[in-house]
Structure formats: C-alpha cells, structure tokens
Design a protein around this ligand. Structure first.
Ligand code: F6P
Length: 525
C-alpha cells in the first residue's frame, strides 16, 4: 500500500471525473442510456439491498475504482484483518471484531465462546429473577455506565430492537460526565432493584469512573451496607484489576481483549445490556447477521461487495468532488441513534492526517458524517441538501416492513417520503417560475433497503458500516483503529480540573482558559 494519489488508477479517476463536472451533466440522464441501470448499480446480500444507481458512476468509473482498490491491495488487507494480523500498527494490535461473531462450531477463540456462555447464564438469571439484589429483591432496572464504544452501540441496538424486548428489565444508559445525566436517570429507580453495569475497556475513562462512583454512593446511601454492592455491580473490562479495586466482585467481571476496539465492541460482553433487554437468542441473531456480512465482505468479488462499493463511492466523492460531509438518514424511528453511533465509528476511525507510516497524507481523508431520522429531517436540514451550496451525498436507510402492527399504510407513506427525497435530490427543479425555486438536483445518494428491522438484519447493517470504514482506511493507507487525538483532550482535562479545584490564581494555562476559570469562580464561588 502507498499514497493512493500516486497510483495510476487515482490519476485516471482524476481525468475521468471531468466527465461529471461538465455544465450539462445530469445525474438523471445516466438512467436514460440503459434500461437496466438499477441491475448494474445495485447489490443484494440476503435481506439487504443497496441501490447505488443514483451516483456519479458509469461502468468506466466502477472499473477505475476497483483498479484503485487492487492497486491499494485491498484483497490482501481484507485477508489480513480476518487472519488477525496487527493491522492496528501504531498499537501493534489485531482488530478482530469479526471473531466475536464467529459461530461456536467454527470459532478459534475459546474465550469468546466461554464469555458468551457466561453472559447467557447471567442474562437468564437476571431475567428469571434468580439474580436477586439486596434483600432478595428482583432486578427491574439495569443502568449501563460507559461512554463512546462502551455506550453508543448497546444504546443504539437496545433502542432499535425495543420491539424484541422481553420486558423483564428496563435498560438505562448513562454516559455524560454532566452530573445531571446520572442524577436524572436515578430519580425514579430503587436501589434494591437496580443493577449497574460498568462498561469500560480501560476502566480508567474519567466520565465512566465518576459516574460509577456516583452510582455506588447513591446505592450505599440508600442501602447502608457495603456488601450491597456485590449483587448490584457488574463490570465489563480488560482491566479486571482496576474493576476489582473499585469493589466489583471478580466473579461479576466480564472480560474484553486488546484486539477488540472500543467502537467495534458491541458484539462482545459490552453487548450485555442488549442481551439483557432482548434475550440471549436475539443477541445471537444479531451476531449471526453480522457474521453473514463478514462472510460476504471476505468472499465476494470487489465489484459485488457491498462494503467495498459503498466505500469506493465515498472515496470518489471525497477525492474528486470537494465533498466535505455525508448525511446518513434512516427512515426509521428505531434507528434514531444510528447517526450518533456511526459518528464515533466513522470519525474516530477515519479522522487521521498521517498514513500508517506516520507520514502526512496530503489529501482529504474522513469527511464529516452527520444525519438524523427521516421524515423529521425533511422539515429541518433537508433544505440545505436541496438548495445549499455544499455537495453532500446521502445514505438513505429504510425497511420494507413496519416495526409496529396495523400500520402498513402509514409505513408506505414513510417509504414514499424516503424514495421521493432521493428522487428530488437527483432530479431537482430546473425550470421554475422564479430563481428562488430553482433546485439544481444532481445530488447523489445510496438507498439501503432492508426487509425488516430484526436483530439479524441490524447485525448485518452495522457490520456493513464497520467494513466500509475499514475499506476506506486501506485505500487511504491510514490506521482506522487508533485514536491518539482523543488522548490529548483527556490529558488536558486533568490539568484544567486541577486548576478549577485548586484555590488561588490558576497557573500554567493560557489566558482564555484562565479567564473562564476565574469567571466560574465568580459566578459559583
Ligand atoms: O473516546 C475515546 C475512547 O477511547 C473510545 O475509543 C472508547 O470507546 C471510549 O473512549 C471509552 O473507553 P473505555 O471503554 O476504555 O472506557
């Protein structure tokens, strides 16, 4: 692998891109030349259909993008990931999240199978009421305390699959260091029937630590017995020593491993809240759906490979069309947390400016990813998509089936809104009565249509985005699995906290920070 801009494919793509920048180029006209554009520019994997026909692509573009993938040795990089090679080279680690969803019979990771078995036992006990809290109370509420990958994935999936909830326990998620997050969450809960999951791979993330301490304080202030913590706290971590130190019973600690990145961890014991909400069988379905996408990613030819094609389209726009952001718009209330989840997956992975060797890349890497549910978005940010000056490709996501019963007609109205937005973005309104009504169109989009919002399909969808991210990182020759930038903020926050806590004039900080600290003291003496 090398700098993609040095490859012959990149240079050819640069020349080829001019075809789509001509004044008279119309995206909709790409459909005129052939009556089977959809067949050539769509892919299907099981219950998932990717329609990528509304993009600046013709057969030549596709061929050049595939050439680029080969010249950047994508097939070898895919094989390296599945083989457990240390593809996170700055930390010398594998990124083997695919092993977390390998079915038991073919898994080479006994520790994964054992952990799933432990999770199953635990989930069954909590759901059956035989894992009892203080004074033999049944657990009715579970609070997951974690942040980033230890929060966003479980929160997304639990919310998205609420129709599959078994109803025995209610899940709550606390992530923010803002003390109001935990305080408002605990307001209606009873300590004797509340279980806390402290989810932290490192077990030293400040937000999680402080919220865990607040939770323990709340519990002990009500139950007034140190021993009460043992049945009310479990931890998921790689750092079992720190969890034990915190006071968590070692038999209540579920393991994590170096080769599971935080933002790729919902498939591990970090998924415990999901399993508690929807039951272990459904959690295994989620894993099975992800595994099926893994197999597709590993085995399908590049041109037939959904994550690969999605990634190449983003690379095309980012590299050659001045694209600074992509919008993800699920037409599904259940997926309202998907954009936030994808922001971590995407931007923590692809927000890099040096290549795998530490050399400045000199081209644009990860763009901003943002979004929100449709149809709500149509009444807020869609105006900018239609008539704003930025070029923003959109990923639409929709389900053929309603998530609730007796709502087929309303669900079809939802789908009509989704499909008509991608049509409107492409077609525009180029012959209006007034210039204010001129809508240029030519805005590209993908549509991912799934049969239904099920655990299996959701697993496939999330794995699809994980692999898309990896493909982009390989072609850009950057490391998708480290996040050194985040560490700097963590270090500085400790220094600023000390300055806020210490009496007297803050020292060693810039004038802006010092003045803000002084104002806090004045307003909150
Ligand atoms: O935000 C940085 C990060 O390291 C993420 O990658 C991770 O998901 C999150 O913090 C939480 O980390 P931990 O699980 O170690 O508490």
């Amino acid at each position: 692998m090398n700098n993609p801009t040095d490859t012959s494919a990149w240079k050819a793509l640069l020349a080829h891109s001019k075809e789509f920048k001509q004044r008279d180029f119309r995206l909709s006209e790409l459909f005129h030349g052939s009556n089977n554009r959809f067949d050539s520019f769509s892919l299907r994997h099981e219950n998932l259909l990717l329609d990528y026909s509304r993009n600046y692509l013709n057969d030549a573009t596709k061929k050049l993008l595939i050439d680029l993938a080969h010249q950047q040795q994508l097939p070898q990089a895919i094989a390296a990931m599945f083989a457990g090679k240390a593809i996170n080279n700055s930390e010398q680690r594998a990124a083997l999240h695919v092993a977390l969803r390998e079915p038991g019979e073919s898994s080479e990771h006994g520790e994964v199978i054992d952990t799933l078995a432990r999770m199953e036992k635990f989930v069954n006990r909590v759901q059956a009421g035989s894992w009892s809290g203080f004074d033999s109370n049944r657990i009715t509420d579970v609070v997951n305390i974690g942040i980033g990958g230890s929060d966003l994935g479980p929160a997304l999936v639990t919310d998205a699959l609420s129709a599959f909830a078994t109803g025995q326990v209610k899940l709550h998620f606390v992530s923010n260091i803002d003390p109001s997050h935990i305080a408002t969450t605990l307001l209606d809960l009873q300590p004797e029937s509340t279980l806390f999951i402290i989810a932290s791979k490192s077990f030293c993330t400040e937000e999680t630590q402080r919220n865990a301490v607040a939770a323990r304080k709340w519990l002990l202030s009500k139950l007034e017995d140190e021993k009460a913590t043992s049945n009310h706290f479990v931890a998921i971590t790689k750092n079992s020593a720190a969890a034990t130190n915190f006071g968590i019973d070692p038999k209540n600690i579920f393991p994590l491993w170096d080769w599971v990145g935080g933002r790729y961890s919902l498939w591990s014991a970090i998924g415990l809240p999901i399993a508690l909400a929807i039951g272990m069988d459904n959690f295994r379905q989620l894993l099975a759906g992800a595994h099926s996408m893994d197999q597709h990613f590993k085995n399908a030819d590049l041109a037939d490979n959904m994550p690969v094609m999605m990634a190449l389209i983003t690379i095309w726009y980012r590299g050659f069309f001045d694209c600074h952001s992509t919008a993800v718009v699920p037409y599904s209330q259940g997926l309202k947390l998907l954009p936030a989840y994808l922001q971590q997956l995407y931007m923590e992975s692809l927000g890099k400016s040096v290549d795998v060797n530490g050399v400045a890349v000199g081209f644009d890497t990860g763009e901003v990813l943002w979004g929100g549910v449709g149809s709500d978005g149509q009444h807020s940010y869609f105006q900018l998509l239609h008539q704003g000056s930025d070029f923003i490709p959109v990923d639409f996501i929709a389900f053929a089936t309603a998530a609730v019963a007796d709502a087929q007609t309303q669900h079809r109205a939802l789908l009509a809104n989704c499909f008509s937005q991608s049509l409107a973005l492409m077609a525009g309104e180029t012959d209006p009565e007034s210039p204010h009504q001129y809508i240029a169109g030519n805005k590209p989009s993908n549509t991912l249509l799934l049969s239904a919002l099920t655990p299996y399909n959701l697993g496939s969808l999330i794995a699809l985005f994980e692999h898309k991210v990896y493909v982009q990182s390989v072609i850009w020759n950057i490391n998708a699995f480290d996040q050194w930038g985040v560490e700097l903020g963590k270090r500085l926050s400790r220094q600023v906290f000390d300055a806020l806590e210490a009496p007297g004039e803050p020292s060693g900080l810039d004038d802006s920070t010092t003045s803000l600290i002084k104002k806090v003291r004045e307003w909150n003496p």
